[in-house]
Design a protein around this ligand. Structure first.
Ligand SMILES: [Zn+2]
Length: 439
């Protein structure tokens, strides 16, 4: 079957996987209860991984960051020396998580990601100037009530363009300032949350402004969908690449110049667990290599990815899994009347061909009832026509009996973390029920 993945791995991959597994089970407190699942050296490494439990965010909270440090390592001394620091991830109190931050590990993993895209590989990166456009919850440079001047948003070679906790705080004045600062700062890299950059690009296009074009735009913090990419392209002609990972797992996937997402197999191991109803889509269980201060094994990173058919990319890179796209978070799945999961990407695929939609948000209230919020494009003329097309698109996705109510808005509702959930359901479901045996 062509859907069955056969990724290629470098010889070092199996050795790194085994080293990680052995040291985790032997020395890391959080995994002491996992030892009973290990079948030992008589079983192949991949099988040993498959037999282990899955690590969740809740496990990270329960064991705390200390639980993931190998026994005997002196973290108090490392904290004193500044080798590590403790950072709090964004979100509600229940979502927040204290993580150990080890900058050399992060930097090395980022350098590895640059090798997987011909544009970043060619650029002299490392000491480059970089502008960052995302929620300040991701950066720590926050100010909701007033504005911070450029100097107070600059940290060394980084400029944080936005201090507002969500897009509702963006005025025309702030967006003009961002565009002017891009020109003044002239960064080699613009790292952006795709929804934030889409909004800025739309503003620039509406005002007839051509922004400064950085060497490359790295999309991260949130999954770049087709609609956001199209908005960005209205103002930026620069190459774009999606860099995928998380605070806990580091750099996991990098988009190459052909648009495929390549596993950074020097940084991490991926165990792919397919959905029962579609084996080409699955969740990523990430085990991170090379981080002496956090041993991460089979961490459910929370997103679903679609395998590239044949595990082949024209770029020729073939070290590890190749995915055609991230299709959304498991937590953001919605369901058809027959309880088949529908990914955020499927909803976007139904809406993106409709001209006039700049942003959308879909909430499923019950198996047949949906609320769709649309932020219309500036050029949007015929809202009743747009509404009819959107309803037709949603019914093709969820079935002809789906009740779709459509509202138009100028802004979407952000999460406390500053991220945007484009799709969600009120139906309670257990993630584990959706997945087949790992392959
Ligand atoms: Zn490629």
């Amino acid at each position: 079957m062509t859907t069955n993945p056969h990724p290629h791995f470098p010889a070092s991959y199996t050795a790194s996987s085994l080293d990680l597994l052995l040291s985790a089970l032997k020395t890391v407190p959080a995994y002491s209860a996992w030892r009973q699942h290990d079948r030992g050296g008589a079983v192949a490494v991949d099988e040993r991984f498959r037999l282990l439990p899955i690590l969740t965010k809740q496990d990270l909270r329960n064991h705390t960051w200390q639980g993931f440090i190998p026994a005997g390592d002196d973290h108090a001394a490392a904290l004193d020396k500044g080798d590590i620091e403790i950072v709090q991830t964004s979100g509600t109190t229940a979502e927040q998580l204290a993580n150990v931050w080890h900058q050399p590990w992060w930097d090395a993993a980022e350098r590895e990601s640059w090798r997987h895209n011909s544009h970043t590989a060619r650029m002299p990166l490392g000491d480059h100037r970089e502008a960052i456009l995302t929620s300040p919850h991701n950066t720590g440079v926050v100010c909701s009530n007033s504005l911070l001047d450029m100097a107070r948003r600059t940290r060394g070679r980084f400029l944080y363009l936005n201090e507002k906790p969500d897009l509702s705080g963006w005025t025309d004045e702030i967006m003009r300032r961002m565009l002017a600062e891009l020109t003044a700062f002239s960064p080699a890299v613009l790292e952006a949350n795709p929804l934030y950059l889409a909004r800025l690009a739309r503003f620039a296009a509406r005002c007839g402004l051509r922004p400064y074009q950085p060497g490359i735009i790295i999309l991260t913090y949130d999954n770049p969908g087709a609609i956001a990419r199209r908005q960005i392209r209205r103002a930026f002609t620069t190459p774009m690449a999606s860099s995928y990972g998380s605070t806990e797992a580091g750099y996991v996937l990098m988009e190459c110049e052909h648009g495929a997402l390549h596993q950074l197999s020097a940084n991490c191991r991926i165990d792919f667990q397919p959905l029962i109803h579609d084996a080409t889509i699955g969740r990523l269980l990430v085990s991170a290599f090379n981080n002496p201060w956090r041993t991460l094994l089979r961490f459910d990173i929370g997103d679903l990815a679609r395998l590239m058919p044949g595990q082949h990319c024209p770029c020729g890179r073939n070290s590890g899994y190749i995915f055609s796209r991230i299709v959304g978070r498991t937590a953001n799945l919605t369901f058809t009347h027959d309880r088949l999961p529908v990914t955020t990407a499927e909803v976007e695929d139904a809406l993106s061909p409709i001209a006039g939609i700049a942003e959308f948000q879909l909430r499923q209230r019950s198996s047949a009832r949906f609320e769709l919020t649309i932020v219309p494009d500036d050029s949007s003329r015929n809202l009743p026509g747009l509404k009819d097309e959107a309803i037709a698109g949603m019914r093709r996705t969820y079935g002809p009996d789906a009740e779709i109510s459509v509202a138009f808005a100028s802004i979407l509702q952000a999460e406390p973390s500053g991220k945007y959930r484009l799709t969600r359901t009120d139906i309670v479901f257990d993630h584990n029920d959706l997945f087949a045996k790992e392959c």
